[in-house]
Design a protein around this ligand. Structure first.
Ligand code: ADP
Ligand code: MG
Length: 372
């Protein structure tokens, strides 16, 4: 088990800065998820931790030992890739044992580790099979097993579930979580899939263009996104954004856009003080657009008139696509709510759950801890 520390790590490939001034401390036994769109530098970051790429600048420590110049094989990390290639002519046992044989581990020690990994992964009855005789999920487990038998200090997992079909991916998520609870090996898990990140990480790092955008728990990312990118990336369907202006009226500030006028709630008054006349972006999650007439009635300063353009029923929920003034908004409503295309509704963004962003810096304006 080990901690991993990254101090101002930058990695350039010619003109491309794949990872930019990345600093993070990963706790002993932590399962850290790194998420971001394709090309944001996730794999590069894992590869510099593994030692497969050298950093351009910065330091990497594994268990307080500077490893910048330590060879990959001496870093005691094991990597699991998306495109795991099992040896097709070897059975499961030999696939699991191969790396250890290369490292000249003693024969009975190899046998112990292979059988233990096979037991943990539910492969004990499949040791004599070849990869072609396994299902996709079983093959993925063998790939994980090859990392487990190494008994490394750190697991580095680069989108290991991306090649599996949707159902299997969900099952393997749970299996990986269980595996981590059992082994407690420090893990850095990379994915481009925000749902996967949200369900698997206790702490998530959101990356964009090689830079950290936010480090937080899943709930904190969802409820207090630090900037427009995180707000739009985490959550499905994504947060609604409306561009407008802050206007002073009767001692309050109001958010104003074509067809929408909403009083800025008290919790955001401090952050918006003095911003009258400034452009602003309002963000509201689909489930935070209230449609229940009883709830909308008591929010006279937050009502929005909207036309229902499309309804997408999903069973438990429905997505209702609205046109409010010139703005398109998506609301998520309970599936039982009767809404039809062409209906005119009065809706209200829940004032306790409105987000405001500065369009110049793209940063969120912070909300006071308690709303009056
Ligand atoms: N060996 C390389 N040579 C040149 N550019 C690279 C190399 N590896 C990655 N890059 C570039 O670095 C950026 C980050 O890539 P990568 O780490 O693979 O992103 P991700 O894994 O998040 O999709 C991309 O712009 C990619 O094209
Ligand atoms: Mg990648």
């Amino acid at each position: 088990m080990a901690t991993v520390q990254l101090h101002h790590v930058t990695k350039q490939f010619g003109d491309v800065t794949a990872v930019h001034d990345f600093s993070l401390e990963i706790d002993d036994g932590e399962f850290l998820v790194l998420v971001g769109p394709s090309g944001c530098g996730k794999s590069t970051l894992l590869r510099v931790v593994a030692g497969l790429e050298e950093v351009t600048s910065g330091e990497i420590y594994i268990d307080d030992r500077l490893v910048n110049h330590v060879a990959p094989k001496d870093r005691d990390v094991a990597m699991v890739f998306q495109n795991y290639a099992l040896y097709p002519h070897m059975n499961v046992y030999d696939n699991l044992a191969f790396g250890l044989r290369m490292r000249r581990v003693a024969r009975d020690e190899i046998d112990r580790r292979v059988r233990q990994a096979a037991e943990i992964l539910g492969l004990a009855d499949l040791l004599r099979r070849r990869p072609a005789q396994l299902s996709g999920g079983q093959r993925q487990r063998v790939a994980l097993g090859r990392a487990i038998v190494r008994e490394p200090k750190v697991f580095l997992m680069d989108e290991p579930l991306s090649n599996l079909d949707a159902k299997l991916r969900v099952e393997m998520r749970t299996e990986l979580a269980r595996l981590h609870q059992r082994l407690r090996v420090t893990t850095i898990y990379v994915t481009h899939d925000q749902t996967e990140a949200m369900t698997m990480g206790s702490r998530i790092v959101v990356m964009k263009d090689g830079r950290i955008q936010q480090v937080a728990s899943p709930l904190e990312l969802y409820e207090q996104p630090a900037n427009l990118f995180v707000a739009g990336f985490i959550g499905s369907p994504p947060m609604n954004f409306v561009r407008g202006t802050l206007e002073p009226r009767d001692g309050d500030l109001w958010f104003a856009a074509a067809g929408i006028s909403i009083r800025v709630p008290g919790a955001l008054a401090g952050a918006t003080a003095g911003l009258g006349g400034h452009p602003i972006v309002l963000g509201v999650r689909p489930e935070d657009i209230l449609v229940d007439p009883e709830r909308v009635r008591v929010l006279p300063d937050h009502r929005v008139e909207a036309l229902v353009e499309v309804v997408e029923p999903l069973g438990a929920d429905a997505f209702v696509h609205l046109l409010a003034g010139e703005q398109r908004l998506t609301a998520r409503v309970p599936g039982r709510v009767k809404v039809r295309v062409g209906d005119r509704l009065t809706v209200a963004p829940d004032p306790d759950r409105i987000h405001l962003f500065d369009p110049a810096t793209e940063q969120a304006l912070s909300r006071a801890a308690t709303s009056p």
